[in-house]
Design a protein around this ligand. Structure first.
Ligand SMILES: Nc1ncnc2c1ncn2[C@@H]1O[C@H](COP(=O)(O)OP(=O)(O)O)[C@@H](O)[C@H]1O
Ligand SMILES: Nc1ccn([C@@H]2O[C@H](COP(=O)(O)O)[C@@H](O)[C@H]2O)c(=O)n1
Length: 464
């Protein structure tokens, strides 16, 4: 079984690009699973996820979207007098908003529901990134706006006696109920609502699964169908980038290249020298980051600011109005954090781990940790070098999915290739890039920049 955390099923592999070469995104694949209470919706969804064997799959439950109850209604619920099986019990607007966000691959907050207190907890699950979302609930196939988002609609059809027996066991052991309460609620609300509202939604399903989890054939067919659909969306990203013709094109306008002074060339000479000692390598790369960050900061907005000098004379100066967040693309971008802090001591820090797959060189996303308010920040994205631009495209896509405006991103690096600069600025024309030098070429086989600096992360961390 895969690693399961906060309803996200992760596997060892990272996430492949979820966008095309023009930067536009594939919607994630959304499956709706409806059926009566305790019909086996969750169990079927989990089995499909296990069989799919795809990384980054999310299981979302309709329970998270029960409406908040007033104190009066909570007392009704405790006395078994509130109808949790009526469509009005759910916040369909919040559900629609959440599913739209997830479908578009945006960062989304999911409420967590507690069946014992009949209310949302103070906790929320923060989800980002899914290849597939499986949404299960008694009214999953009820609201047309929500069904319009779905790629596949499933109804789990399980005999009502079996559902009642399972519900009795589950509600007593997991949801803090007693036998009389469960039976009373079932007769008064659960069964009538199933007959009136839930059973009729079977007509909205593409596939009906009689007997739920026991129906291995149906689950196998559904799994294969989803796998086929996902396969059609895959393509080779990195090698497509290498085919782009950038010769004869001028370096794009939103690329800032540091003045090629002798002082800068001196620092580069030390960093590029394979015989440079580790201490010197670290010292000079941190010095270089500080120079790059200082140059990038002049692109931010400053306002007039008056202070009084020690001679009690006013001085009208400037101060930066932006909140600054440095985001490093790990591992090599992490080397730039110390230098950034030297210049912007209170910068927020985020991290994105992107690795290249061994044989194909395809970028894959493994980990994202960004401040909650990143959408309010000016982001200094950091990676040591830009070769094809594939990792940068992925990192920028992640920032946009977290609502960072495209024109509030500056990408900082020591060294870039003309190809990488064109790739990034073609796809994201409002992103600025600030680099200290440009090297002409990439080795077709190793994907290293030539003459280059070698593997920056390995050299900085001494892991050669
Ligand atoms: N085919 C099955 N055989 C035995 N127990 C099952 C089967 N399917 C589900 N269950 C059990 O029934 C209970 C309700 O199943 P669940 O999948 O949570 O239903 P739902 O999501 O529709 O409410 C759980 O305790 C689950 O382990
Ligand atoms: N506070 C609540 C909220 C919901 N229910 C019951 O849960 C059922 C839906 O969950 P399933 O996992 O069974 O799909 C629904 O039938 C409600 O009656 C509850 O008892 N208390």
């Amino acid at each position: 079984m895969s690693n399961y955390r906060n309803n996200v099923f992760l596997r060892g592999e990272g996430r492949s690009p979820w966008y095309r070469l023009d930067g536009s995104k594939f919607d994630c694949y959304l499956v709706g699973v409806a059926g009566g209470s305790a019909s086996g919706k969750t169990s079927v969804a989990v089995r499909i996820i296990e069989n799919l064997n795809v990384p980054w799959v999310v299981l979302l439950s309709m329970d998270s979207f029960y409406k908040e109850l007033s104190l009066e209604k909570k007392i009704e619920a405790q006395n078994n007098n509130y109808n949790f099986d009526h469509p009005d019990a759910f916040d369909f607007d919040l559900l629609l908003y959440t599913l739209k966000n997830m479908k578009e691959g945006k960062k989304t907050e999911i409420p967590v529901y507690d069946f014992i207190t009949h209310s949302r907890t103070s906790q929320k699950n923060s989800l980002y990134g899914a290849n597939v979302v499986i949404f299960e609930g008694i009214f999953a196939l009820y609201d047309q706006r929500i069904m319009d988002l779905m790629d596949l609609k499933v109804f789990v059809d399980t005999d009502s006696d079996i559902r009642l027996i399972r519900r009795l066991k589950r509600d007593i052991s997991e949801r803090g109920r007693d036998i009389n309460g469960v039976i009373q609620q079932y007769q008064k609300f659960v069964k009538p609502a199933f007959d009136q509202y839930i059973q009729p939604t079977v007509k909205n399903a593409d596939v009906i699964i009689p007997r739920g989890l026991d129906n291995l054939v149906a689950i196998d067919l559904i799994t294969k169908h989803i796998q086929r659909q996902l396969h059609e969306r895959q393509f080779n990203f990195r090698w497509d980038l290498l085919k782009i013709d950038y010769n004869d094109k001028k370096i794009p306008e939103n690329v800032i290249i540091l003045d090629q002074t002798s002082q800068l060339k001196g620092i580069h000479t030390i960093i590029r020298d394979k015989n440079t000692h580790l201490d010197d390598f670290i010292f000079y790369s941190e010095r270089l980051v500080a120079i790059i960050v200082e140059r990038a900061l002049s692109e931010l907005t400053y306002e007039k600011h008056e202070v009084v000098t020690p001679l009690n004379i006013p001085y009208v100066g400037k101060r930066c109005i932006e909140k600054i967040c440095g985001v490093s693309i790990l591992r090599a971008g992490g080397t730039m954090e110390v230098g950034l802090r030297r210049v912007v001591k209170d910068a927020l820090i985020g991290k994105i781990l992107i690795q290249s797959r061994p044989k194909t060189g395809e970028p894959s996303l493994h980990f994202v940790s960004l401040p909650d308010n990143i959408h309010e920040c000016y982001v200094l994205l950091m990676d040591a070098q830009i070769a094809t631009g594939a990792a940068a495209l992925m990192a920028i896509r992640v920032l946009l999915d977290h609502d960072v405006p495209e024109d509030k991103i500056i990408f900082l690096n020591f060294l870039a290739t003309p190809l990488g600069l064109h790739v990034i600025t073609n796809v994201f024309p409002k992103v600025k890039i600030c680099t200290s030098m440009i090297d002409p070429k990439i080795n077709d086989e190793t994907l290293f920049i030539e003459p280059g600096m070698g593997n920056f992360g390995d050299r900085y961390y001494g892991t050669l």
